[in-house]
Design a protein around this ligand. Structure first.
Ligand code: DGI
Ligand code: FE
Ligand code: FE
Length: 209
């Protein structure tokens, strides 16, 4: 993919997204590029996926639902609920494909699963999921000192071990959702179980050896 495409996407995001969301988007794109450099992923794809990951965030709930239905995307019950924080990921995938001309399935999946993750994520999917959480401007409202310290740890870990980082983020996110009393989507739970249990298995094996 050409660099000119990225400049064009950046301009389109700047025009469509609210200022704060656009700044977050840039943070995710460049953090994803850094992670791609460290972990040997395609830097260009990381930039593009990061640039587009929240591209549907500016659309109304109604339009996001309509877009997904038109593209025959299966939605879970919680995704279709009003004020769902999850729907923009699937709608963003449709928009990236239809409006921004993205054909690379790995980029499209990275956008689609950037909020919940999924078991067996590709390297690019992991990078986008993590970059979204750790980008420098990420503000997490009403976070305690312990949460902020966790974020510092996660940021460091992300440049060392992606799977361990996923486990940490997923545990913190699940804790946060439980504390808030939010409904947890099946796929969020499956992702948590996959990355946290796999990791525990590995540690146990290492300890036995
Ligand atoms: O779009 P962003 O704000 O940049 O970030 P995001 O798309 O990763 O969304 C993060 C939010 O999504 C965060 O507050 C946790 C929430 N989330 C993730 N999985 C679930 C969830 N919320 C609910 N209710 N259920 C989930 O399974
Ligand atoms: Fe998002
Ligand atoms: Fe985001």
């Amino acid at each position: 993919m050409k660099t000119t495409n990225l400049a064009k996407l950046r301009k389109e995001m700047e025009q469509t997204l609210e200022r704060k969301r656009f700044e977050h988007t840039l943070g995710v794109a460049y953090t994803a590029a850094n992670l791609a450099m460290v972990h040997g992923a395609d830097v260009e794809k990381a930039l593009i996926a990061g640039m587009l990951h929240d591209c549907a965030k500016c659309m109304s709930h109604r339009k996001q639902i309509a877009l997904c239905r038109k593209n025959h995307i299966q939605l879970s019950q919680i995704e279709t609920e009003e004020h769902s924080t999850l729907l923009h990921a699937k709608a963003g995938c449709c928009l990236a494909r239809k409006k921004y001309g993205i054909t690379d399935e790995d980029i499209l999946r990275a956008i689609s699963y950037h909020t919940t993750g999924r078991p067996h994520m590709s390297l690019l999917e992991k990078i986008i999921y993590i970059a979204d959480y750790i980008e420098p401007g990420r503000e997490r409202a009403k976070r305690t000192a312990a949460d902020i310290q966790n974020l510092q740890e996660v940021r460091k870990l992300a440049y060392q071990d992606l799977d361990e980082t996923l486990c940490k983020i997923l545990s913190d996110t699940l804790d946060y959702l439980v504390r808030k009393g939010s409904v947890i989507d099946g796929i969020t739970r499956q992702t948590y179980e996959y990355y946290c249990e796999n990791l525990t298995g590995e540690i146990t094996e290492r300890n036995i050896l």
